[in-house]
Design a protein around this ligand. Structure first.
Ligand SMILES: Cc1cc2nc3c(=O)[nH]c(=O)nc-3n(C[C@H](O)[C@H](O)[C@H](O)COP(=O)(O)OP(=O)(O)OC[C@H]3O[C@@H](n4cnc5c(N)ncnc54)[C@H](O)[C@@H]3O)c2cc1C
Length: 390
């Protein structure tokens, strides 16, 4: 007689929900615990491509993700006085993205996954992992609601500052590599008057980027990314205190955005850091997503890798139903080269992201400036049409 295998998944972000869906598809019984009291939404637009796109197709969620795809009507690069430096039209942006890639809000990816699992699995919000103990037969998790859950596998999908990792692998400082930048994102109440409806607009000035995404349905999000030498101190100080100091003089739509920040209910604010671990599992505990290999937004691939990682984990557990250790080793062997490649990319992009001097900024923008030229835009669009027709 075979008994259904159980998994405890810590974190209902993209990695955790994707793992819940994929393990359910593999015949497992997953339960998810999430620290937040309810589903989080909003966020920034992310590129969803590569292994993640292929995995989403296999998992059957691609059509729902494609419905949430956003193409900006134009991408405008702005000067501090609000004038445009240059502009890339929407069809060229689509062509640059390629045919097997989507541009989706992070919260919308979570939403698509949540809709898939909400009726099928147990999901406990407002619940935190407190301790973990394991032996050859299983793993036990003591939770903040007072319960102790037992399972065959515990998956720590609890993000960059993973509690699972701290409890089982060691302190965060041993594995976190700060890339000397901070990021903040929040949903705006209204689109600032300086921003064209439907557009994504970006201002980069001396190591600081402010971008505003108009989502076309009344929603808009602001994104901040800037260099700093003191990420931990700024994290402790908080976005509402730090951002006005860093962005107060940047010009353009910043005064309006900073005024909206004062009353924003939820602001995502964190250091841009990678996670580098010699192994992603220990016994019956595996880390997944940013908890295991955070590649950072510089690599533009964290969501894709989270979904791909969940899909490959499910496949490895299907291939080795009676040996979790072998399944986890095979999973890591298959996925690690891609994660390390994207981490290398993330470290390279760090220097280009928000350059401090104008020449480096000009150099960084050369490919975009080329794409903004009508003949190059037409060429990119034609290439995409040919690929789609093939
Ligand atoms: C600004 C920005 C831009 C990005 N752009 C891209 C992009 O273009 N393309 C791309 O693919 N990726 C992008 N990413 C990365 C991407 O969003 C993440 O890599 C991806 O969402 C995977 O996250 P995760 O599920 O591993 O972790 P998270 O999203 O951090 O989720 C972890 C979850 O665990 C919960 N949790 C934490 N601790 C506990 C606990 N102790 N107990 C219970 N629950 C807990 C948290 O509340 C959270 O819900 C970007 C990231 C940022 C910040």
């Amino acid at each position: 007689m075979t008994t259904t295998k159980r998994a405890i998944i810590v974190g209902a972000g993209i990695a955790g929900l994707a793992a819940a869906l994929r393990l359910h598809q593999a015949g497992w019984q997953p339960m998810v615990i999430e620290r937040a009291p309810a589903r989080r939404d909003g966020g920034y637009a992310v590129t969803f491509s590569g292994l993640g796109y292929d995995a989403a197709e296999r998992m059957g969620i691609l059509p729902d993700l494609a419905k949430r795809h956003i193409t900006p009507e134009e991408m405008n690069y702005i000067k501090p006085n609000g004038e445009r430096r240059f502009s890339v039209p929407g069809p060229t942006v689509r062509a640059m993205l390629g045919d097997r890639a989507l541009n989706v809000l992070r919260g919308d990816i979570e939403d698509v996954l949540y809709e898939q699992v909400r009726e099928r699995i147990e999901l406990r919000f407002g619940t935190i992992l407190e301790t973990v103990a394991q032996n050859a037969d299983g793993v036990s998790a003591a939770l903040s609601d007072g319960s102790v859950e037992r399972a065959d596998l515990l998956i720590g999908a609890d993000g960059l500052h993973s509690t699972t990792r701290t409890l089982v692998f060691g302190p965060e400082e041993e594995f976190r590599v700060d890339l000397d930048h901070m990021v903040a994102v929040f949903m705006l109440d209204h689109l600032p008057a300086d921003v064209a409806p439907g557009a994504t607009e970006t201002l980069t000035v001396t190591g600081r980027t402010l971008a505003i995404i108009s989502l076309g349905d009344g929603r808009a999000a602001a994104f901040f990314g800037y260099r700093t030498e003191r990420p931990s101190a700024e994290l402790a100080e908080g976005a509402k205190s730090v951002l006005p100091k860093v962005y107060g003089d940047i010009g353009w739509a910043a005064p309006d955005v900073l005024a909206q920040l004062r009353t924003a209910e939820s602001v995502y604010f964190d250091s841009i850091s990678q996670v580098v671990l010699p192994s992603w599992s220990r016994g019956r505990v595996a880390l997944l997503g940013d908890a295991a290999w955070c590649v950072t937004l510089f690599a533009g691939y964290g969501s894709s890798l989270a979904v791909a990682g969940a899909d490959l984990l499910g496949a490895a557990l299907e291939s080795h139903p009676d040996d979790i250790g072998v399944a986890l080793a095979e999973w890591e062997k298959d996925l690690r080269p891609e994660a390390e490649k994207k981490q290398r990319l993330g470290r390279k992009v760090k220097g280009l992201y928000a350059p401090a001097d104008p020449f480096r900024l000009w150099l960084r923008d050369v490919p975009l400036r080329l794409a903004a030229l009508p003949p190059v835009g037409r060429l990119l669009q034609r290439r995409l049409q040919l690929r789609q027709a093939a």
